[in-house]
Design a protein around this ligand. Sequence first.
Ligand code: RP5
Length: 165
Amino acid sequence: MAEPTPPVAIIMGSQSDWATMRHAAETLGELGIAFDARIVSAHRTPDRMVAFAKGAKAEGFKVIIAGAGGAAHLPGMTASLTPLPVFGVPVESKALSGQDSLLSIVQMPGGIPVGTLAIGKAGAINAALLAAAVLALSDEGLAERLDAWRAKLSAAVAERPKDEA
Ligand code: RP5
């Protein structure tokens, strides 16, 4: 029997994006959320991008996390081709430190939204947490795991600073 489609797709423009996007994957893993990670480039594999985005909902995905750098058209183009929520992660580029990625992703025209996160690792982690929050609306068990994840985060913050070794 075929495996069921996981609820989250993590797509990225290049293998080089994985160093950032693996943080989204790890966070989903900590929350017990299954995902499928794929390389889908808006520029180098446009047919693959169109096929993925047009078919994502029918395939069974619920949320898409899309990471890209530089002229980062992947999240916006994907959002234009699917009704699923798309969270965009600007990957830190070498030339412009990810500011190009951020502006490419965040400045969508009214009508086609991409939920845009911070540049780099923090954005990848938060994209996973937003995806989890969306899925938790209809999954009580996941809602409890998300609450526990956040409680652990709070508990790990010391009340007072100490000198670094
Ligand atoms: C974008 O170009 C990718 O998302 C990546 O961030 C950037 C550079 O890609 P590589 O040249 O490292 O493959 O499409």
